[in-house]
Design a protein around this ligand. Structure first.
Ligand code: AMP
Ligand code: MG
Ligand code: MG
Length: 332
């Protein structure tokens, strides 16, 4: 059903993005099923792009453009991927709308003031490894990856982050493979949040008391990354893929902190997760505790790292525990 044009822009944009992200998740699943991943290397061998990244971005950007022609959209996979997309447009009105309440201070934004950061597929490394592992016929635990092959699909998300005045204000995290282990269960889940408003699409859970669980990268580690983790003295470290997936662990009460002292993450990795996390009462900053800027002209790279805390975790105390040499290593 069409959204009423008199609803606040942010409510319409979040609701439409929920539908578009869910549709993009279907594209990602279809490409894996067909097995034609079309993998290319971007910056290096640990920075891959597949046909799923490209096709999901084409769908997301062309569909958002059609509904909201004056917003600025920045996608991970570059501008050439948004050309010739006339057949890729998805009409979000084809899915039931979610009802998104808009805080009064964000209720009269104009399209020209909005920047949307799109990561069409976060966790590409895990998506390709799960595919290769499944292709090679591994069932159960894979010795190479030391995990259940298919469980890597849990690390994949579609991220649509909405920014205004350089701040993350709204976010959509779609998990295309949520529930894949439940026979007959509905595949996929879309979580959304508005800062100063609410979180929808999942129940929020606090992490356990009396211990500290840290989540971090499994495929982009370094000595600086590991020094930062040791400095917060975790009881447990969950090395998993994707910025979206790691923030989902904070929202699900499976981890207290996301620590990534590396310049590897980009604005499209953090904008949507940050907005959803902050809507839930958590915090996401760089590793020095400084807010990450999301203006259209901001550098794409989060060169000073990422530190995120679940709701109720004293973020500042953990910023103070990050060693000075780690902070000095990460220059803006
Ligand atoms: P990870 O936690 O390693 O899954 O990384 C989260 C996001 O940041 C993913 O989109 C990665 O592709 C990206 N990322 C992190 N580190 C790097 C890196 N060294 N090179 C390229 N992309 C990276
Ligand atoms: Mg990413
Ligand atoms: Mg990506």
């Amino acid at each position: 059903m069409a959204l009423a044009q008199n609803m606040p822009l942010l409510s319409r944009l979040v609701s439409s993005s929920v539908a578009i992200a869910s549709h993009a998740g279907g594209i990602i699943r279809d490409i894996l099923k067909k097995g034609e991943l079309g993998i290319v290397e971007k910056e290096n061998a640990s920075d891959l792009q597949t046909e799923a990244d490209r096709a999901a971005q084409r769908c997301i950007i062309s569909s958002l453009n059609k509904c909201f022609p004056k917003i600025t959209i920045i996608g991970e996979e570059g501008e050439e991927e948004t050309l010739d997309t006339s057949d890729k447009v998805f009409d979000p009105d084809a899915m039931p709308a979610v009802n998104v309440k808009c805080p009064s201070e964000l209720s009269s934004l104009a399209e020209e003031e909005i920047v949307v950061w799109v990561d069409p597929l976060d966790g590409t490394a895990e998506y390709t490894q799960a595919f290769e592992c499944l292709q090679s016929g591994h069932q159960g635990v894979c010795k190479t990856l030391e995990t259940t092959c298919a469980s890597l699909l849990d690390h994949v998300t579609v991220l649509i982050g909405i920014a205004h005045s350089g701040k993350a204000i709204g976010g959509i995290i779609h998990q295309p493979y949520f529930n894949y282990q439940t026979p007959g269960g509905k595949l996929g889940r879309t979580v959304w949040g508005v800062v100063g408003g609410e979180v929808g699409g999942m129940p929020l859970t606090s992490p356990p008391e009396g211990k500290l669980i840290v989540t971090t990268t499994r495929s982009h580690s370094s000595s600086t990354v590991n020094d930062a983790i040791s400095a917060v003295s975790p009881d447990e470290v969950l090395r998993v893929g994707g910025a979206g997936h790691k923030v989902m662990l904070l929202l699900e009460g499976k981890a207290h902190l996301y620590v990534f002292a590396s310049p590897g993450c980009k604005k499209w990795d953090t904008c949507a997760p940050q907005a959803v996390l902050e809507a839930a009462g958590g915090v996401l900053t760089d590793i020095k505790g400084i807010p990450i800027p999301y203006h259209s002209t901001a550098p794409h790279r989060n060169s000073t790292g990422v530190l995120a805390s679940a709701a109720g975790i004293p973020h500042k105390e953990f910023v103070n525990k990050i060693p000075q040499h780690v902070k000095d290593n990460l220059k803006a």
